[in-house]
Each structure stands twice: as C-alpha cells, then as structure tokens.
Ligand binder design. Structure first.
Ligand code: ZN
Length: 304
C-alpha cells in the first residue's frame, strides 16, 4: 500500500468515527427526550382547590384559565410574564393581608428563557400544556402559571405541636404577627427555584431567601407546611415597621407603597443571580405600583 492509500484509509476511518459519535449523540438525545416525555405524562391530573378561592376546584392544566378569570385584575394584585433569571418587582401591601386568608400578590406566567421559545416549560418538558385557553391567550399554552401568595400568620405557626400553637396564639398571637410569602404552581417534572429579596424604603437590599415553587395541590395553609420546609419568606411586624414609609396606614390619603419585593425564578440551582440595579428597581417599582393600583393597560393583554 502506498502512502496516498494509507492517508485515504485513515481519512475514511476518521469519518466513520465521527459518524459513529454523531449517531451515538442522536440516540442519547432521543432517549433523554423519551425520558422527559414520560416524566411529563406521569405528572398528576388530580385537581385541588385554588389556594385563594378555596371552594373552587381547579385542574392543574386549567390553573392558568382560572387565574385569568378570577385573579388577574383583582385589587392589590399584579400579573406579569416572568423569565429565567429575569428579576420582577412586586409590591406587598400588608394591609391586604388578613389573618389566615391567602392573598394572591401576583399571577405569573413563567416562559423559560426570554426570547428562546424552545425553553418554554411546555416544550422543555418541565410541565404539561395549559388547556382551555382561547383566542390571544393561546400563546401562553406552553407557559407555567405561578401564584405568588401571602398570608398573615403568627410565629407559633412554625411549631409542629398544633395544640401548643393554638394556645400560644390565643394568649400572645397579637404580639407575634408574621407575614408568609411563597410561590405555587402545578407540579413540575423538575424543581423550579425562586429567590425573593426584600428592599427597604431607600432600596437597599435587606435580605434574600431562596426556595422551590410549591405544588398548589398540597396544603397551602402556612401552619401546615411551615414546620416541615423552608420554601417561603417571612416578614414579622417589627420588620414591617422599619420597611414601610412613616405615612403608611389605611387612613392615609397618600397611595400606599407597601414593601418592595424582587422575585427571580431559575431552573439551575447553581445559577448566579443578578439583582436589579438602583435605576432598574425604581422603574420596575413604578410599573408594579401602577399595575397593582389598576392603572396598567397591560391587563387587557390577558383578559379574554
Ligand atoms: Zn382562585
């Protein structure tokens, strides 16, 4: 065999190796896609009560339709699209928080990575597709509906002993006020993480909490889930006094600004997250306040 033939054989072997590797990669991708599809098929269909309107039973694939009909446009609640690692500002008005009642601070549409439609939760096998959406809202078929919830409770709700919780709340509950803030969505095939950050009136970052979005079909009574997990942000009454403007009260004629909270969602727990800078936070806050006070035109985007 001459040297030219040897080179031809080597080239041929190189091409064959490349083809084998490509084929192997395709097979691995197909097997992974099948696994992910199977995981989506295994997601439960079981309905549960809406965590806010507790007497309304909602199927997981209908949660978005329920939000659009019952929660978008509700007083002191906002709605927005939200994307992977993109901060969103929400105003929390503690005066809307009634002891023991869940309040929906925000109805959210999670769409994966912004401008990358293939990462929408319905296409990346994170969640099932939404059903029963009509007209323009069908563009949200592949989004994941999420509710940002708040509830007024007491420090004693963290106790595993519920008899003791009731006794202490009866004796001292008025001095142990606590606001709990957390997120719920239909069950997903992989964990979806959140970071909630509180800002004070000067927009200095006070503290951040990370956790996972809860399955809305589980109990959404803080007294049930607080003793066993940490997927929530707590704000006690003493903190609120420091965070709120001095004029803050239900009797004030000034618009109530509440507490500024930044929310970031992310799928990779190792992601390094970037907060809003001062100007971005101010702009986002004005927009959130307009939305929660009902000035925003964007409501029409989601209504049928
Ligand atoms: Zn509801």
């Amino acid at each position: 065999m001459n040297s030219s033939n040897i080179i031809d054989v080597q080239l041929q072997k190189g091409r064959e190796k490349q083809m084998d590797e490509m084929l192997q990669q395709i097979k691995e991708n197909e097997a992974k896609a099948k696994q992910l599809q199977a995981a989506v098929r295994k997601l439960p269909h079981t309905p549960a009560n809406c965590p806010v309107c507790r007497n309304t039973v909602v199927f997981p694939t209908n949660l978005l339709t329920h939000l659009l009909h019952k929660h978008v446009g509700a007083p002191f609640s906002m709605h927005a699209e939200i994307y992977e690692q993109q901060p969103l500002v929400v105003c929390f008005d503690p005066l809307c928080n009634v002891h023991g009642n869940n309040h929906c601070l925000a109805s959210l549409l999670y769409g994966g990575v912004r401008d990358r439609p293939e990462t929408r939760p319905g296409l990346s096998y994170l969640s099932r597709l939404n059903s029963a959406l009509i007209r323009d809202n069908q563009r949200y078929n592949n989004y994941l509906p999420i509710m940002l919830l708040a509830c007024r409770s007491t420090w004693y709700a963290q106790l595993g002993d519920k008899h003791l919780e009731r006794e202490l709340s009866r004796i001292n509950g008025h001095k142990a006020g606590l606001n709990v803030i957390w997120l719920v969505a239909p069950k997903t095939t992989r964990k979806l993480y959140f970071q909630l950050t509180i800002y004070d009136r000067y927009h200095l970052n006070i503290r951040s909490v990370k956790g996972t979005v809860r399955n809305y079909t589980s109990s959404q009574n803080p007294s049930d889930f607080m003793p066993h997990e940490h997927n929530y942000l707590l704000l006690c009454d003493e903190e609120l006094d420091e965070l709120l403007q001095p004029s803050y009260s239900s009797a004030s004629k000034e618009p109530r600004q509440g507490v500024t909270i930044e929310l970031i969602l992310f799928e990779n727990p190792a992601a390094s997250l970037r907060h809003f800078n001062g100007n971005e936070l101010q702009t986002a806050l004005q927009s959130a306040q307009a939305e929660m006070l009902g000035y925003s035109l964007s409501f029409s985007k989601l209504h049928d």
